[in-house]
Design a protein around this ligand. Structure first.
Ligand SMILES: Cc1ncc(COP(=O)(O)O)c(C=O)c1O
Length: 449
C-alpha cells in the first residue's frame, strides 16, 4: 500500500509541515474509519485520540449521516444560495442553529466551507455592523496571544501564534494582541486565577483606552484556546471581557470552531462561561468531518442593525459558491441529531473530567510533563525541559512527535503540536476508551524515558 503512494506523495504538500518531501517514510496513511477508531495502511486499528482534527465529534462511519448525505445527493447535490435562491436544507439548518442558540439571542446565519471562512466572515461583518451603525471608524480588532483563528489573512492577523505570521506578512493593520489568561505561563508569573483575570482585564482596558474605543470593532477569542496548547482561561475571564466590551460598545466574537457543539463540555464554550457573544464562528463539529461546512451566527443586535441600515450598508456583499451547500447542510442536520440525541456535550464533560484526572498523574510521574490541562475533551500535555522554570521542550527537537509515535505503537493516535501533545477524541468515547488513551500515553512516556 505504502509503495503505491511513493511517487504520489511527492506531488502533495502536507499543510503545516516541511515543503520538501523528506523523511516521508513515516507518513501515516489512514485508510478507513469506524466509530472511534481508524485503520492505517497496514490495517492497524488505532483509537482516534485526535478525532480527525478536533472535528470528528460523532465518530466515523455513522450510518445516519451517510444516509442523509446519500438522500440529499439523490435529491439535489448542489445549488447556490446567492441572489434570493435557496433550497430546503439551508433553511432547515439555519432554523436549527437559531433554535439551538436562542439563549444567546442569535438571529441570522451566514454559511461557508470551514473555520477560516467562518472567522473571515465574522471579521468582515463586524466591520459592516459598524458601517451600518454609523461608526465606520471602528475597524480595529483585539485578540489574544496563543489564539488561532484559521489561515485566511484576517484570521492569521488576529491569530496569536507567531509561526503563522512569519512567511505571510505584513499582517492586516489594526489587529492588536493581548496576553491570554493562562495560569501556567503568563508575563506576570501570576498563579492566582482571580489576580490573573484582573491583570488581563487591566491590560485590555489600557489597550482600549490607548487605541480609543471609537476605533475598535470587535474582540475575538476562543472560549478555550485550542491550537495554542489547550489554554483554559481563568473562570471569570469571559464574563469580565463581556462587561468591558459592553461598556465600550465593542462586539464580542467567540471563535467556537473547536468548542462549538460540545467539545468543552457545554453546547458552546462561551455558554460554559455564562456569556452570550454577539457573533459565533462555527465549523468542524457542525458536520463532524463528513463534509466541509462553516457557519457564522449573528445575534439580534448585529442582525437588526445591518438589516435596518439605510443604503448599501444593509447589503451582504459576502458569500461563497458553497455557502449553504445542500449536501453539507444535510450532513450537519444528521450530525446535530446525534449530538442532541446522545447528549454528547455532557459525555464530553464527564469522560473528559475522568481522562484529565488520569492524565494529570503523568505530570507527577514524568519530569517531561510539566502540566496536563484541559476542559471537556480537549486536553494537552505540556512538555518541558525544566519543570521548575516551565521551559518548554524545544519545538524543533521532535520530542512531542516521538511521544506521539510511541503512543501510536500502543494503539492510540494523539497529536504533537509544537512542544505539546494534544488529545481531542470523538465525543462518543466511553470511559474505557479514555483509559486506553491514558495507558497508551503512560507506556509511551515510560518507553521514551
Ligand atoms: C479556533 C479555530 N478557528 C478557526 C480554525 C480554522 O478552521 P479551518 O481549518 O476549518 O479553516 C480552527 C482550526 O483548527 C480553529 O481551531
Amino acid at each position: 500500500m505504502y509503495q503505491k503512494y511513493k511517487t504520489a506523495q511527492k506531488h502533495f504538500w502536507h499543510p503545516m509541515g516541511p515543503s520538501a518531501p523528506v523523511a516521508q517514510k513515516d507518513t501515516l496513511i489512514i485508510c478507513r474509519g469506524d466509530g472511534n477508531y481508524v485503520y492505517d495502511a497496514d490495517d492497524n486499528k488505532l483509537l482516534d485520540g485526535f478525532g480527525g482534527l478536533w472535528n470528528v465529534n460523532v465518530g466515523h462511519n455513522r450510518t445516519e449521516v451517510k444516509q442523509a448525505i446519500n438522500r440529499q445527493m439523490d435529491e439535489l447535490a448542489y445549488y447556490q444560495t446567492f441572489d434570493g435562491i435557496a433550497h430546503p436544507r439551508v433553511y432547515d439548518l439555519a432554523d436549527r442553529l437559531i433554535g439551538m442558540f436562542a439563549q444567546e439571542d442569535m438571529s441570522r446565519v451566514l454559511f461557508s466551507s470551514g473555520g477560516s471562512d467562518a472567522v473571515e466572515t465574522a471579521l468582515k461583518m463586524a466591520r459592516q455592523y459598524w458601517v451600518a451603525a454609523g461608526e465606520p471608524n471602528r475597524t480595529r480588532f483585539l485578540s489574544l496571544k496563543n489564539g488561532y483563528h484559521g489561515v485566511h489573512v484576517g484570521g492569521t492577523s488576529v491569530g496569536g501564534i507567531s509561526a503563522y505570521h512569519f512567511n505571510h506578512g505584513p499582517m492586516l493593520s489594526g489587529c492588536h494582541l493581548l496576553d491570554s489568561p493562562w495560569l501556567y505561563r503568563n508575563p506576570w508569573d501570576c498563579r492566582d486565577p482571580a489576580a490573573l483575570t484582573n491583570l488581563c482585564i487591566r491590560q485590555l482596558e489600557e489597550q482600549i483606552a490607548f487605541l480609543g474605543p471609537q476605533t475598535i470593532a470587535a474582540f475575538i477569542a476562543e472560549p478555550v484556546q485550542g491550537a495554542g496548547g489547550v489554554i483554559v482561561p481563568t473562570p471569570d475571564y469571559w464574563k469580565r471581557v463581556r462587561e468591558v466590551c459592553d461598556r465600550h460598545g465593542i462586539l464580542l466574537i467567540a471563535d467556537e470552531v473547536v468548542t462549538g457543539f460540545g467539545r468543552s463540555g457545554s453546547l458552546l464554550g462561551s455558554r460554559g462561561w455564562g456569556v452570550a457573544p454577539d457573533i459565533l464562528c462555527l465549523a468542524k463539529a457542525i458536520s463532524a468531518g463528513y463534509i466541509p461546512l462553516g457557519a457564522t451566527v449573528f445575534n439580534r443586535r448585529v442582525a437588526e442593525t445591518i438589516e435596518q441600515a439605510r443604503g448599501f450598508a444593509n447589503v451582504v456583499m459576502h458569500g461563497y459558491t458553497y455557502s449553504g451547500h445542500p449536501t453539507a447542510c444535510a450532513a450537519a442536520l444528521a450530525v446535530l441529531d446525534i449530538v442532541e440525541r446522545e447528549n454528547l456535550p455532557e459525555n464530553a464533560g464527564c469522560v473528559g473530567r475522568e481522562l484529565l484526572h488520569k492524565l494529570q498523574s503523568l505530570s507527577d510521574q514524568f519530569e517531561l510533563v510539566g502540566e496536563v490541562r484541559g476542559k471537556g475533551l480537549m486536553i494537552a500535555l505540556d512538555l518541558v525541559s525544566d519543570k521548575r522554570t516551565r521551559q518548554p521542550v524545544d519545538p524543533m527537537s521532535g520530542i512531542s512527535a516521538r511521544i506521539a509515535d510511541l503512543t501510536r505503537i500502543n494503539g492510540v493516535l494523539v497529536r504533537p503540536v509544537g512542544p505539546k501533545i494534544v488529545i481531542s477524541p470523538p465525543l462518543t468515547i466511553n470511559v474505557s476508551e479514555a483509559n486506553m488513551i491514558a495507558e497508551a500515553l503512560h507506556t509511551a512516556l515510560s518507553d521514551y524515558r
